[in-house]
Design a protein around this ligand. Structure first.
Ligand SMILES: [Zn+2]
Length: 290
């Protein structure tokens, strides 16, 4: 009987590939923690969310999956902060795993939603206008202010800079700020994205156009921008970008210095750029069909 039930469940899963489960690390919480100064981690084991606390209210970076707002809210409150103090919502990229929870968070907190120019259409259409048609859609979401490359977002004495590092999405955004800890000023980089999903074309390939006309130029600009950023604290939209879990394991013994990792940042950046250049060369050679 149990085996029969299992077979029925497996068949049901096989018939619904588009409802395939998301990775467990996307929805499994980690205890929220202070990273540095007024910057806190309030995400899951892999989908990063960041809270920046100021005397005039708080800034939240990344709403994540449609199911994530409850986890993020619980993390914010566990740290002793108020959900209703969330005044500004920002995003790393307009994909469902970073932005699908935005509509719910805006409804609950009445925060202002600030989005990089290239991502505005995709956010407003709930993913329907994404250049990659393979990705899940989400609730269409309002945008209150459109950001541009190098624009500053300021609240309560804290300034965050929006660097357009497009390519992964048309408005993929890397956020930078400075924190102060024990009299030291630290440069924080939150990488928005530095690779392409499978099937994305950087150039025309075998009669099919590039995924969008300026994608290769955007990746060039993104890698040049990321290489030039001053970095002490290395963070990103996914925990995997910056080895969140291994660093969390080291945290009890080594303390918050584990987040200071300029070498890890430059090593990861070099690897991601090499992966991109290799894939670009393959596509330009015409030898593969992505
Ligand atoms: Zn993405």
């Amino acid at each position: 009987m149990k085996l029969r039930l299992l077979l029925v469940l497996l068949l049901a899963l096989a018939l619904k590939p588009c409802l395939a489960a998301v990775p467990a690390d996307w929805t499994t919480p980690v205890p929220p923690f202070k990273i540095s100064g007024n910057l806190y981690y309030v995400g899951s084991r892999d989908l990063a969310s960041y809270l920046i606390v100021t005397p005039s209210g708080n800034i939240l970076i990344n709403a994540n999956l449609e199911s994530s707002p409850a986890l993020i809210r619980a993390s914010v409150e566990q740290l002793g902060f108020h959900w209703a103090d969330t005044k500004i919502l920002l995003s790393s990229q307009a994909h469902y795993d970073h932005a699908a929870g935005a509509a719910q968070i805006l409804k609950e907190t009445h925060a202002q939603h600030l989005v990089m120019d290239g991502d505005v259409d995709v956010i407003r259409s709930g993913g329907a206008t994404d250049f990659d048609p393979s990705l899940p859609h989400f609730a269409p979401t309002r945008v209150d202010r459109i950001l541009h490359d190098n624009e500053a977002v300021t609240l309560g004495g804290t300034t965050i800079i929006a660097h357009k590092t497009a390519g992964h999405t048309k408005g993929c955004t890397t956020w930078t700020m400075q924190t102060k800890d024990a009299g030291r000023t630290l440069n924080v980089v939150i990488v928005g994205g530095w690779g392409a999903n499978p099937g994305v074309r950087f150039v025309p390939v075998q009669g099919k156009p590039a995924s969008y006309p300026t994608i290769a130029a955007d990746f060039d600009h993104a890698f040049a921008t990321l290489a030039a950023l001053p970095v002490d604290i290395f963070l990103g939209a996914h925990g995997l970008y910056f080895d969140l879990l291994p660093k969390l394991a080291r945290l009890p013994a080594e303390g918050p210095a584990v987040w200071i990792d300029p070498q890890g940042y430059h090593r990861a950046l070099t690897e991601h750029e090499a992966t991109y250049r290799k894939e670009l060369a393959l596509q330009q050679s015409g030898k593969i069909t992505p």
